[in-house]
Design a protein around this ligand. Structure first.
Ligand code: 2BA
Length: 109
């Protein structure tokens, strides 16, 4: 068994949830926050048999889209107290960041 941790953009999360239900993949959806953009994203945790890992990755790959996003860096203030304008920078986010890790034990009580 493997644990798949998939971080996706909020915009793709509902479609991905529906695809998991359709494919009979059990998943837990968490509201998370990206450390860099400090904005919301969605993390799915999925416990799945080894032979179904590729199916799950395919669903995630086909449902998650890369998008360009702008972020405003913090305003620079120097020692004299003068501030200088900082310009928005563009970063490409996603499609999905996925970790696949082995599961030592799985219980449902
Ligand atoms: P964020 O940390 O908010 O990062 C959003 C996007 O900003 C990243 O997209 C990347 O394009 C850019 N970025 C992140 N850190 C950067 C840095 N130090 N310098 C320049 N650009 C940077 P993705 O790579 O697609 O990541 C999307 C989200 O996936 C991340 O949101 C974070 O929540 C998660 N993530 C990505 N890599 C991770 C990792 N190694 N461990 C844990 N979470 C990760």
């Amino acid at each position: 068994m493997k644990l798949i941790v998939a971080i996706v953009q909020d915009k793709d999360a509902n479609t991905l949830s529906s695809e998991f239900v359709k494919a009979n993949v059990r998943a837990t959806k968490l509201s998370t926050t990206g450390g860099f953009l400090k904005s919301g994203n969605t993390t799915f945790i999925i416990g799945i048999d080894d032979e179904r890992v590729e199916d799950v990755l395919k669903i995630i790959r086909e449902t998650s889209h890369a998008r360009d996003q702008f972020m405003a860096p913090p305003v620079n203030v120097d020692v004299t107290g003068d501030s200088s304008m900082s310009y928005p920078i563009e970063v490409q986010v996603g499609g999905a960041t996925v970790f696949v890790v082995p599961v030592e034990q799985f219980h449902r009580f």
